[in-house]
Design a protein around this ligand. Structure first.
Ligand code: TXA
Ligand code: MG
Length: 343
C-alpha cells in the first residue's frame, strides 16, 4: 500500500478512507494518532497489526463532542463532566465504565469493562471525526516501542506502506501523550494512570483530590494502565539522563569520549555553549524550560537516533519532578531505561 500524505484541503479523502475501514493517522496537540473507526472491529485489528502493538493494551476513543461519549458509558459522573467542560478539547483522557461489555468491540477495550475517551484539541481532526460520523481509536502513530510521533513525517518513517495515509496538521505543540485519568470507580478518588500536560494540581483545582498511580511514583508496583508496562519511547541508541542538580555534563562527555563513543546531546543553547567534545546536538528548548523540552523531547530522540549520525549514546537534560515536570520525566525515564549518569 502506498501511504499518502494528506494535506488539510484534501481532508475528504481521509474521511472517505475512515468510512471504508482504512487507517489514517491524524494530528493532535499531543502526538499523532493512528485513526480507525472504533466501531469497526476489522479496522481496529489492523491498527494493532500496523503498530506491532500487544493486543491487551486498550485504545483511546477519540470524540468530537461530549455527546459522542454518552451512548457508550453507563453514566458520566458529575466530576467528569466538570473536567470535560474545563479541559476538552485538550490533553486529558478520561476512563469511564462502559454501559455493557459489548458497547465497544473488545479489541478496543482489551476486554476491560471500561474505556478511555478524549477530545483532541485540533480543528482538522475534530472535523475528521465529525465528518466520519463515528468515533476513532487513536493510539500514538508510532511503531510500538519507539518514541511517539509529533510530525506527519515521523509517522511516515514508521508506518509507510502499512496505512492509507497521514493527515498533515503540522507539528504537535504539547509533544507528549495526554494525561490519563481513571474516573471509573464510582465513589473512589480519581487516579492518574499516565501523567501528561494537564497536571494533578490543575485537576485538583476543578474536582478536589486526585491520586497518582503508585507505579508512576515508585516505578515498582504493576501499572494500572496496561500500556504503561511495556517498553516505550526508546530510540535504538541508548539514552542517559544528566541530572540538573549534579550538572555533570562535561564529565559525562569526557568519560564517553575516552571510551571512543559518539555522543549526542539534548539541551538548550546556553548550556551547549559551555560544552565541548560531543558529536551532535539537538536543541531541546530555547532556554531551560520544561514545557518546551516536553514539546521537542520525542522529536529530538528521533533526530539523534537517525542512522546517518551513527551515535553510540544520547545525553538528555532532566527537570524537577513537579507540575508538568512529572510528565516530562516519566517519558524521559522510560526512554533512558531509568539510567542517570553517576547517580
Ligand atoms: O495523547 C494521547 O493520548 C495520544 C493521542 C494520539 O490522542 N494517544 C495515545 O494513545 O497516547 P495510546 O494508545 O498510545 O495510549 C493509551 C493509554 C495506554 O497507556 C493504555 O493502556 C491506556 O491509555 N488505556 C486505554 N484504555 C484504558 C482503560 N480502559 N483502562 C486503563 N488504561 C487504559
Ligand atoms: Mg503510545
Amino acid at each position: 500500500m502506498e501511504t499518502k500524505i494528506i494535506h488539510p484541503q484534501e481532508i475528504e479523502e481521509a474521511v472517505k478512507a475512515i468510512k471504508e475501514g482504512e487507517l489514517v493517522s491524524f494530528p493532535t496537540e499531543t502526538v499523532y494518532g493512528l485513526g480507525a473507526d472504533a466501531t469497526n472491529e476489522e479496522a481496529v485489528k489492523n491498527v494493532y497489526l500496523a503498530k506491532g502493538r500487544p493486543s491487551d493494551n486498550p485504545l483511546i476513543v477519540h470524540v468530537a463532542s461530549c455527546k459522542q461519549v454518552t451512548p457508550f458509558v453507563s453514566n458520566i459522573p458529575e466530576k467528569a463532566q466538570r473536567l470535560m467542560d474545563t479541559f476538552w478539547p485538550g490533553p486529558l483522557t478520561l476512563i469511564f465504565k462502559l454501559k455493557s461489555a459489548e458497547s465497544l468491540p473488545s479489541v478496543v477495550t482489551g476486554g476491560l469493562e471500561t474505556a478511555a475517551f478524549r477530545m483532541p484539541n485540533n480543528e482538522l481532526t475534530l472535523q475528521l471525526i465529525k465528518e466520519s460520523e463515528t468515533v476513532l481509536v487513536g493510539p500514538s502513530a508510532n511503531t510500538s516501542g519507539l518514541p511517539s510521533p509529533t510530525t506527519a513525517n515521523h509517522v511516515y518513517q514508521d508506518l509507510a506502506g502499512k496505512i492509507f495515509g497521514v493527515l498533515d496538521g503540522g507539528a504537535s505543540f504539547v509533544g507528549i501523550e495526554s494525561t490519563v485519568l481513571d474516573m471509573s470507580q464510582e465513589n473512589g478518588v480519581p487516579v492518574i494512570l499516565r501523567p501528561g500536560a494537564i497536571t494533578k494540581e490543575q485537576l485538583e483545582e476543578v474536582i478536589g483530590e486526585v491520586e497518582m498511580d503508585q507505579h508512576i511514583l515508585t516505578e515498582k508496583e504493576a501499572p494500572k494502565a496496561p500500556g504503561m508496562k511495556y517498553k516505550h519511547y526508546s530510540p535504538k541508541t541508548p539514552v542517559i539522563m544528566i541530572d540538573y542538580q549534579k550538572n555533570n555534563w562535561q564529565e559525562a562527555i569526557n568519560e564517553f569520549k575516552n571510551e571512543h563513543k559518539k555522543i549526542g546531546i539534548m539541551t538548550h543553547p546556553e548550556k551547549k555553549s559551555l560544552l565541548n567534545g560531543y558529536d551532535a546536538y539537538y536543541k531541546l528548548s530555547q532556554k531551560y524550560d520544561v514545557v518546551e523540552a516536553m514539546r521537542y523531547l520525542f522529536a529530538g530522540l528521533r533526530y539523534l537516533d537517525e542512522d546517518k549520525l551513527d551515535l553510540d549514546i544520547i545525553l538528555v537534560e532532566t527537570y524537577p519532578e513537579v507540575g508538568v515536570g512529572m510528565a516530562y520525566m516519566n517519558r524521559l525515564k522510560k526512554a533512558a531505561n531509568q539510567k542517570t549518569y553517576k547517580k
